[in-house]
Write a protein that binds this ligand. Structure first.
Ligand code: APR
Length: 248
């Protein structure tokens, strides 16, 4: 792994605009389960049922009981890990411009990253299905489900359900960054969900170096990624930051 760490450090030092695309894997070491693979959320909850806006509109209480309540409680307890902190450190070193994240946990911002594009929205806010008013999730009373707004409307997480569009501003800026960057680090994503998983393809097509960080191979590996640094995000980011600091 160390030869690839050195190679990634050299690629970052030579880059003019590096960005990161992250997925649920970077938050696993913060205690938030991934969606797919061992222990994944979608192993016990059907995504096409409980992760879809149609089900939420039909029976919001069921989706709150089966999916949202538990995920909210896990996220409320989570703190950034060395993976998030490593990306924030790269930004502080002037080596990373932005983070495009599929995650809704807000951990990149908590770790200190300042330009975070939330591709799938976030869980920090709830939005009223009637008046559109927003309320911090931590201030929402979930003793009865679904929670309701002062206007009586049902509250829903400010994230993107399956069947909904990606926030246009996040999608447009992500595409621009993918076209402009010369290095894209792809950390902790199975690259199974589009259009997020198309960002590394766009970046590669416009000449960027694609560096994957993941314990497993993904559909990008060997086709879109220049190389895969196999390991957990925390360990790899710690090694990468140490290498960069030793290179002065
Ligand atoms: N460090 C880095 N990567 C890890 C770690 C770790 N410690 N642990 C697991 N992984 C990797 C897994 O190997 C897998 O490739 O993280 C990835 C997690 O994949 P998913 O659970 O599919 O998460 P993600 O790619 O973010 O899913 C994309 O799908 O369900 C939707 O909206 C949801 O945003 C999500 C999207």
């Amino acid at each position: 792994m160390m030869d690839l760490i050195r190679r990634a450090a050299e690629d970052l030092l030579a880059s003019k605009c590096a960005v990161a695309l992250t997925g649920a894997g970077i938050s696993v070491e913060s205690g938030i389960p991934p969606f797919r693979g061992k222990g994944g959320i979608w192993e016990r909850v059907d995504p096409m049922e409980f992760g879809h806006i149609d089900t939420f509109e039909k029976d919001p209480g069921k989706v709150w009981r089966v999916l949202i309540r538990d995920l909210k409680e896990i996220i409320d307890r989570a703190a950034p890990n060395d993976g998030h902190k490593g990306l924030a450190r790269l930004e502080a070193m002037g080596l990373l411009a932005s983070v495009i994240t599929q995650n809704v946990d807000g951990l990149h911002q908590m770790a200190g990253s300042t330009d975070v594009l939330e591709f799938h929205g976030n869980c920090a806010w709830q939005r009223c299905m009637d008046c559109g008013g927003k309320k911090r999730t931590r201030d929402v009373d979930i003793s009865s489900l679904p929670p309701v707004c002062a206007c009586g409307g049902v509250l829903r997480p400010d994230w993107v359900f399956f069947g909904e569009e990606i926030p246009p501003a996040a999608l447009q800026r992500s595409r621009q960054l993918a076209m402009r960057c010369d290095v894209m680090m792809v950390v902790g994503t199975s690259a199974m969900v589009h259009p997020a998983a198309t960002m590394p393809v766009i970046a590669r097509e416009t000449g960027a170096r694609i560096i994957e960080i993941n314990p497993e191979r993904t559909p990008l590996t060997g086709y879109v990624s220049d190389y895969l640094i196999r390991g957990g995000a925390g360990d790899v980011m710690n090694a990468l930051v140490s290498e960069l600091e030793s290179m002065g």
